[in-house]
Design a protein. Structure first.
Length: 129
């Protein structure tokens, strides 16, 4: 059993990740100039359709993560998305702590929040006894 403070910390961490990812997905749905510029800088197609596809993938994973029954699946899908983003930054030799590892920091928030709020995950991955 986890304390109510830890449960609320997990909800807050998860909420922050959900808000950030929802905003990220939403701006890709209406591809504004900074979105297409960043896609171009990363070597991806700059079409509105490609940006919207990334937005749908981000919003879909975020929605799955936000719903308690599918949160584990959402976390797994978002981890894959963040891993792809990290690979793009590694390929372009971007700064490690600010660009390349941003997906890792966000992934730690996603998984930490889920671990704190989901008893099933804590039983599966018992970091503390």
């Amino acid at each position: 059993m986890i304390s109510s403070r830890a449960l609320w910390a997990g909800r807050i961490l998860s909420g922050l990740a959900i808000v950030f990812l929802a905003m990220d997905g939403a701006i890709k749905m209406v591809p504004i100039q900074p979105v297409t510029d960043s896609l171009k800088d990363l070597g991806y197609p700059t079409s509105d359709g490609f940006a919207r596809l990334l937005g749908v993938i981000t919003l879909g994973g975020t929605a799955l993560y936000a719903w308690p029954r599918t949160a584990l699946l959402g976390a797994i899908l978002l981890t894959g998305l963040m891993g792809g983003a990290m690979a793009s930054h590694v390929r372009l030799d971007h700064p490690i702590f600010t660009h390349t590892l941003f997906g890792l920091w966000l992934g730690l928030i996603v998984w930490g929040g889920l671990w704190l709020r989901d008893e099933r995950l804590r039983r599966l991955l018992p970091f503390m006894q």
